[in-house]
Design a protein around this ligand. Structure first.
Ligand SMILES: [Zn+2]
Length: 265
């Protein structure tokens, strides 16, 4: 069986073909999000030509979606009215295989759980730091989506009651504070702030491991060291929780989408 995974990002569409032995083909193309949903969906469908015949398709989207209608409903970083575009139907018809949607941060988490840094964990917290701060949770070895698929939204946890306005409308969200720190090139401060959010989540979930990924989250110890230090100060639990980098790199989101399409989580 061959499973196509598509990761729709604001800058690039990344894709993989997943077979029993792992990833057998991968690539990326520029999203050109400004062209609007119609053109972007045509570009998504065009990946099929490069990927060859596949049995299933998973599509990771950077935002909210309606699984029943097969449409994206809110993609804050991609302009246009996505709710009007039958995303699943158009890509599925073009490729000739059934398609399924998944949130991109959840796809990342799923991939790391099955094939990456969270392998074998009974419970794990995943934090994706890029243009925003996303997250995901596995509990009892199972992927936990929560009501309306919203579990793990660590980026919109309130950190400062009267902090800066966030894109979600709330004030003082972790994402808004981290974004300000990153805009000021204060990576250490961003790590500290993430540490506060992660410490709160650890106290709630007590996971086996925390996996940090995403474009900014992949810079390594410069972010992880202040993050770990803040967690150690705030999450006073007897057994320290391992906080590690993601393992699957830039294609993790596409791998997670392929796994979802294949019905593996
Ligand atoms: Zn927010």
């Amino acid at each position: 069986m061959r499973h196509l995974g598509l990761d729709l990002g604001a800058a690039y569409v990344k894709w993989v073909v997943l077979e029993q032995d792992g990833v057998t083909a991968s690539g990326r193309l520029v999203t050109r999000a400004a062209d609007g949903p119609d053109a972007v969906v045509t570009r998504l469908a065009s990946v099929a030509g490069d990927a060859g015949q596949v049995d299933t398709i998973g599509i990771g989207v950077p935002g909210l979606f309606d699984a029943e209608r097969g449409t994206a409903t809110f993609l804050p970083n991609l302009p246009g009215d996505w709710a009007k575009v039958p995303l699943v139907e158009r890509v599925g018809d073009a490729v000739g295989a059934p398609a399924t949607l998944i949130n991109d941060a959840h796809a990342f988490m799923l991939a790391e759980s099955v094939l990456g840094a969270a392998r074998g964990c009974e419970s794990a917290l995943f934090v994706a730091v890029g243009s925003g701060v996303g997250g995901g949770i596995t509990v009892g070895g199972r992927f936990h989506e929560g009501r309306a698929g919203r579990a793990g939204e660590i980026g919109h946890m309130t950190i400062a009651e009267k902090g800066p306005l966030c894109t979600c409308g709330n004030r003082g969200c972790l994402e808004a504070l981290v974004r300000d720190a990153l805009a000021a090139r204060r990576l250490r401060r961003a790590g500290q702030l993430l540490g506060i959010g992660v410490a709160n989540a650890i106290l709630l979930l007590a996971p086996d491991r925390v996996i940090v990924g995403g474009g900014v989250g992949s810079v390594g110890e410069r972010l992880l060291e202040p993050l770990r230090r803040e967690v150690a100060r705030r999450a006073l639990i007897p057994e320290p929780v391992e906080i590690v980098q993601s393992e699957l790199g830039v294609h993790a989101g596409a791998i997670g989408a392929a796994l979802r399409g294949a019905g593996r989580g």
